[in-house]
Design a protein around this ligand. Structure first.
Ligand SMILES: Cc1cc2nc3c(=O)[nH]c(=O)nc-3n(C[C@H](O)[C@H](O)[C@H](O)COP(=O)(O)OP(=O)(O)OC[C@H]3O[C@@H](n4cnc5c(N)ncnc54)[C@H](O)[C@@H]3O)c2cc1C
Length: 390
C-alpha cells in the first residue's frame, strides 16, 4: 500500500520565507501526517495533538496579521500549504481551512480589545475553532437560520441547534451565527462562543461516507449565556460577516480539492507505470495516457484558477465571483480526477488496499460544503447578470 501524496509539486513561491515555510510543511507532512493518514481515517480518529503541533508551528494562523500571532503570509502561499496538507490527508487540510474560517470574523470585524484578548490563542496558542452557520432546516438557504440570541442585560442567551459542524464537540471556540432581529439576513449577529460554555452540547458525530477522521456533529445551544463582549461586529452584521468568511473559505476548499486530486493523480501514475498487462506497463496504452494527461491538465487549470483568485484577494481587490468559480471548478475537478484514478487502478482501485477509493469518497464532500456547487453557480450568475428577478 502506498500514499499518493509523495510526489512533490513544483511551486513558484513569492519569497524566500515562503520557500522555507514549504520545507517545514513538507517535512512535517512526511513525519507526522502521511504515515498515519490511511489507518487513522479508517479508524475515524481525529488527530487533535497534531493540530496543537500545527498551531505551535504557526500553521493555524498563516494568513493572519502577525500583530496577533498570525503568519503574515499572502493567500497565494497559505492556500498552497493547504493544498499540500489536504494531499496528505483531507481531514487535516480541511480542518486547517475551517479553523481559519472560524477566526475570520474576529480578525476582520472584532474590536481591538477583542482581538488582543482572543486572537493570539486562536491563531497560535493551540486552540481549535469551528464555524456554525448551518442548521437542520437551513443549509443552502442559510439566511433562514432559526438559532436565537436574546439580550439579557450585558449578556446574550443563545438557544437552538446548529448542524454539520466540523470539529463540533471538540472545538475550543465556535463562531456562531444567531438571530437577534427580524427575518432574513439582516436579523443575524455573530458571536464567539467558548467550547466549554454551559448549556452547549454536541450530538454523536455523523457517520459519513468519507473524511471519517474529521468529526461533524450537531450542536445544541440550550440557553447558552455569552457576554456582549463576545459579540462580533454590530447587531445585524452577522450574515455579512458569515458571507465574507465564506468567500475566503471557498478558496481554502478549492485548494484542498486540488490537493486531493493531485494525490490521486500521483497514485494513478505510480500504479500505471508498475502494472503490466498484455506484456507492457498499462501506462503505455494510449487510452490510459490520454486519461492521465486530462487529469494533470484539469489539476493545473484548477490550481491556476484558485491562485488567480488568491492574488486578487492579496491585492485587496474584490474576489467573491472568482472564489466561487475556483470552488466550483476545483471541487468538480477533484471528483472527476479521483474517479478516473480509481479507473486507472482497475479492480485494485475499488479496494481499501490503495488510497484512491478514499480520495474519491473525500472529493464528494468538497462539492457540498461551504455552499454546494449549485449555490456557487448562483453566486457566479448573480455577479454576471445581477440578482434574479423573481
Ligand atoms: C462533512 C460536512 C461538513 C460540514 N461542515 C460545516 C461547518 O463546519 N459549518 C457549517 O455551518 N456547515 C457545515 N456543513 C454544512 C454544509 O455547508 C451544507 O451541507 C451545505 O451548505 C448544503 O446544505 P444542506 O445540506 O442543508 O443541503 P440543501 O440546502 O437542503 O440542498 C439540497 C440540494 O438542493 C440543492 N439546492 C438548494 N437550493 C438550491 C437552489 N436555490 N438552486 C439549485 N439547487 C439548490 C443543493 O445544491 C443540494 O444539491 C458541512 C457539511 C458536511 C457534509
Amino acid at each position: 500500500m502506498s500514499e499518493g501524496a509523495a510526489q512533490p509539486v513544483e511551486r513558484h513561491l513569492p519569497t524566500e520565507e515562503a520557500r522555507d515555510l514549504f520545507a517545514l510543511v513538507r517535512e512535517l507532512i512526511q513525519r507526522e501526517i502521511a504515515p498515519h493518514a490511511a489507518a487513522e481515517e479508517e479508524a475515524g480518529h481525529f488527530p487533535r495533538e497534531l493540530f496543537t503541533l500545527l498551531s505551535e508551528s504557526g500553521l493555524l494562523g498563516l494568513a493572519y496579521d502577525s500583530e496577533f500571532g498570525g503568519g503574515d503570509q499572502p493567500y497565494e502561499v497559505y492556500l498552497q500549504v493547504l493544498e499540500e496538507l489536504a494531499a496528505a490527508r483531507l481531514t487535516v487540510g480541511l480542518g486547517v481551512s475551517v479553523h481559519s474560517l472560524a477566526c475570520h470574523g474576529l480578525a476582520g470585524y472584532g474590536t481591538k480589545e477583542q482581538q488582543t484578548e482572543h486572537l493570539p490563542d486562536m491563531l497560535g496558542g493551540g486552540l481549535l475553532g469551528a464555524y456554525c452557520l448551518s442548521e437542520p432546516s437551513s443549509g443552502s438557504d442559510a439566511a433562514s437560520l432559526r438559532t436565537k440570541a436574546v439580550r439579557d442585560g450585558d449578556d446574550w442567551i443563545i438557544t437552538g441547534t446548529k448542524a454539520w459542524i466540523t470539529h463540533g464537540g471538540i472545538a475550543d471556540f465556535y463562531t456562531v451565527l444567531a438571530r437577534t432581529g427580524g427575518e432574513g439576513a439582516r436579523g443575524v449577529t455573530a458571536f464567539l462562543v467558548p467550547g466549554d460554555a454551559e448549556g452547549l452540547a454536541a450530538a454523536a458525530p455523523e457517520k459519513k461516507m468519507g473524511m471519517k477522521g474529521s468529526p461533524t456533529a450537531q450542536l445544541h445551544f440550550d440557553g447558552v449565556r455569552v457576554p456582549d463582549a463576545r459579540r462580533i461586529g454590530d447587531e445585524g452584521q452577522g450574515f455579512a460577516i458569515a458571507l465574507s468568511a465564506l468567500d475566503s473559505g471557498r478558496l481554502g476548499i478549492a485548494a484542498c480539492a486540488i490537493g486531493v486530486a493531485q494525490a490521486a493523480l500521483a497514485e494513478a501514475l505510480r500504479y500505471a507505470t508498475e502494472r503490466r498487462q498484455f506484456g507492457r506497463p498499462i501506462a503505455d496504452f494510449q487510452g490510459l495516457r490520454f486519461m492521465l494527461a486530462d487529469m494533470a491538465t484539469q489539476i493545473e487549470a484548477g490550481r491556476a484558477l484558485y491562485l488567480a483568485a488568491a492574488r486578487l484577494r492579496d491585492a485587496g481587490r474584490p474576489f467573491s465571483k472568482e472564489a466561487a468559480m475556483a470552488k466550483l471548478l476545483c471541487t468538480d475537478t477533484a471528483m472527476k480526477v479521483t474517479t478516473d484514478a480509481v479507473q486507472v487502478l482497475g479492480g485494485y482501485g475499488y479496494t481499501a488496499d490503495f488510497p484512491v477509493e478514499r480520495y474519491m469518497r473525500e472529493a464528494k464532500v468538497l462539492q457540498i460544503v461551504e455552499g454546494t456547487n449549485q449555490i456557487q453557480r448562483m453566486v457566479i450568475a448573480r455577479h454576471l447578470a445581477g440578482p434574479d428577478s423573481r
